[in-house]
Write a protein that binds this ligand. Structure first.
Ligand code: 5GP
Ligand code: MG
Ligand code: MG
Length: 183
């Protein structure tokens, strides 16, 4: 992917890498305080949360463990199907664990509400959510999310882990994909 190609496929930057870094530090400080004296398991939702998990975990000046789950609800399109499939399950047993789910974005909320219900049945001591991005205007179900990075407009975004047809995950900022790319 040449730089020139990327520029023509992006209409605007919504959140910069610098803004993300600063926000992760703020949320990390809250998490450190909230989970004082308790073990913490971060669960990243593959693949979109890879970047936020990597940076967030390193901004936490405390011990954590990490696990990953892969679910799919989108295929290669830009609308949530609401049908969630587990592509890769957790390696760990959640019994008695304090779990913080790390997500890239809450759009319709369908994926997370499904995940929360799924995790509730596994005996975790607590389950909370950190989503880097949220589109309030797209919510179909309310999700109880303790930590939110940025509320953004209801547009399809890419970058910082977020893809369109597996591309653009390595963009450093979060940006709006030009509609001509998927129209
Ligand atoms: P939801 O179930 O809340 O509609 O979204 C499920 C998943 O779809 C998100 O975790 C994310 O991986 C993906 N998704 C939702 N909105 C966007 C978006 O604007 N851009 C990209 N690239 N993925 C999105
Ligand atoms: Mg996701
Ligand atoms: Mg995707």
């Amino acid at each position: 992917m040449r730089a020139a190609d990327v520029q023509s496929e992006i209409t605007k930057v919504l959140v910069t890498e610098e803004q993300i870094r600063a926000k992760l530090d703020d949320i990390a400080a809250r998490v450190v305080a909230d989970y004082e004296g308790r073990d913490l398991l971060l669960v990243g939702v593959l693949k979109g949360a890879v970047m936020v998990m990597a940076d967030f975990a390193r901004s936490l000046p405390r011990e954590i463990t990490m696990d990953w789950m892969a679910v799919s609800s989108y295929g290669t399109g830009t609308k949530s199907s609401g049908v969630v499939q587990i592509r890769k399950d957790l390696d760990s047993d959640l019994t008695g664990k304090h779990v913080l789910i790390v997500e890239d974005i809450i759009d319709s909320g369908l994926t997370l509400s499904w995940l929360l219900e799924n995790f509730a049945s596994r005996g975790a001591a607590s389950v909370e959510v950190f989503a880097l991005l949220r589109k309030p205007d797209a919510a179909k179900v309310e999700v109880d999310c303790r930590y939110i990075g940025f509320d953004i407009s209801n547009e399809f975004v890419v970058g910082y882990g977020l893809d369109y047809a597996e591309k653009y995950r390595n963009l450093r900022d979060v940006a709006v994909l030009a509609p001509h790319v998927y129209a």
